[in-house]
Every structure is written in C-alpha cells, then in structure tokens.
Design a binder for this molecule. Sequence first.
Ligand SMILES: NC(=O)c1ccc[n+]([C@@H]2O[C@H](COP(=O)([O-])OP(=O)(O)OC[C@H]3O[C@@H](n4cnc5c(N)ncnc54)[C@H](O)[C@@H]3O)[C@@H](O)[C@H]2O)c1
Length: 252
Amino acid sequence: MFTLNDKVAIVTGSGSEKGIGRTIALTLAEQGASIVVADMNPAGIWDTVEAITENGGKAIGVEVNVTNKESVDQMVAKTLEAFGRIDILVNNAGISQKVTVEDMTLEDMTRVFNVNMFGLFLCTQAVLATMKKQQYGRIISLSSVSAKRGGGVFGGAHYSASKAAVLGFSKNLAREVGQDGITVNCVAPGLVNTDIWKSLPEEDAKKVIDSIPMARPGETREIAATIAFLASQEASYITGEEIDINGGSHMD
Ligand SMILES: NC(=O)c1ccc[n+]([C@@H]2O[C@H](COP(=O)([O-])OP(=O)(O)OC[C@H]3O[C@@H](n4cnc5c(N)ncnc54)[C@H](O)[C@@H]3O)[C@@H](O)[C@H]2O)c1
C-alpha cells in the first residue's frame, strides 16, 4: 500500500542478531528506504548491512554509542554525507536489567537511563535541524508495555521508568515540531520472540504465555510492520501517539 522509496532511515540498535532493530532495518529497506545501520556492535552492524544489500536494498553501517553526543553527531554527519537527507529515525537501541528497587544502585539507574532515554534524546535532537529544513520527518521510538503495566518479565523499575519517560518526551516533542511536517510516535511492544525470551526457563515461559490473550510472544516482524507504517507518508496525521503491540497483554 505504501512505499518508502527515496526515504533515508537511521535505525539505532539494528546490529543485534535476533533483535527487533535488525528486522526493522530489513523491513524499512524492503519498503525502499536507504538504511543507516547504527549500533555499538561492529560485527552485528555488518551482518545487518549484508542482509539488506543481499536482499537488493541500500545500507551503510555506522558504529555509534548513542550515549555520546560526539558519536551521535558523527552518525548524523555520515548519514548526510552518504544519502543527503534524513527522513526517518527509529530510536531502537535499548538496554534492560532485572533487579529489584531495593537492590538497584544509582549506577544501574544511570546506565539504563543513559541509553534508553538520554541516548534517545541525543539521537532525536541531532536529526531535528535536518528534518526541519526538509519540512519532513518521522521519529519513532521504542517504548515498552512495562512502561504502562508496571514492569515486564525482564526489566526492573528503572527500565519501566525509562520507557515511560520515552512516552512523555515523544508527546512533548510532537507538539513542538508538528508544524514542521515531523511526526513523533512510539510503539510499546509486549514480549517479543528474541534471544532473551528464549533464555527463559520453560516453566516461567508458560506462566508468561498464560497471561497473554493471544498466548504467544510477538514476532520482530510484527513490531517492524507497525513501525514501517508510522514511518510512511500515509501516517501523516498520526503524531504524539503510542501503539501497543502486545497480543492483548495490556489493554488501554
Ligand atoms: N525484546 C523485547 O521483548 C522488547 C519488548 C519491549 C520493548 N523492547 C525494546 O525494543 C528495543 C530493542 O530490543 P531488543 O530485544 O531487540 O534488544 P537487543 O539487546 O537485541 O538489541 C539492542 C541493540 O542496541 C544496541 N545498543 C545498546 N546500547 C547501545 C548504545 N549505547 N549505543 C548504540 N547501540 C546500543 C546493542 O548493541 C544491540 O544491538 C529496546 O529499546 C527494547 O527496550 C524490547
């Protein structure tokens, strides 16, 4: 129905082998976008770039630490040098940790916020001038069901808080840039069928599955498909929104 031909997308955290980011990068490329595969894992970056180009798509790899402003600015500069524009930013890079509040250190809290919220801020801020100049942009950020439900299977309260911060930040920004042709949205996945899910003991996995109306984890392509839609021209009047992709495990 829609195409991303001639669009340029940066996908952070797209170097993870079984992660959501790689599938997002592949999906946007299939729709015609040129992709910047941005991650701090060099081997993973090149695997994703190879997978896209083998599929007939266009991609470059950029090593980035989203928590470092200089590194993020370089990512944006390399994108503009290679493709001349930035239409789509997918803030996907994220980290998690299972720990109770009682046992959590300030360092734990800082580490998680540094990537999930402050890194997202740096990447978002770094693309705004270009998107404003173009009077076009799509910013899509990964929140999580745990932001709304109060915890998930794999994250602590710092993870939930960081993903809730992403929602508030995105809504505020959506108001700031609405008149510049830039939309800002989030997706909030529930449990997704990635490596971390596969590592769960069978008994625990069964308990989780029993709590999901659709009785299965989501697939990375199901997250990527929603993001591809939000990234499209056709989603032009959706902003400040957050889409739950969780098999019914949390309903607003
Ligand atoms: N997997 C799930 O069930 C699930 C559910 C809800 C939300 N999410 C969110 O989706 C996103 C992707 O999750 P995933 O399971 O694919 O994770 P993942 O761990 O497989 O991939 C995350 C990627 O981010 C990269 N990364 C981490 N810190 C970085 C930094 N400082 N700079 C650059 N890159 C960095 C890693 O190298 C990795 O490639 C995350 O934001 C996560 O919080 C995941």
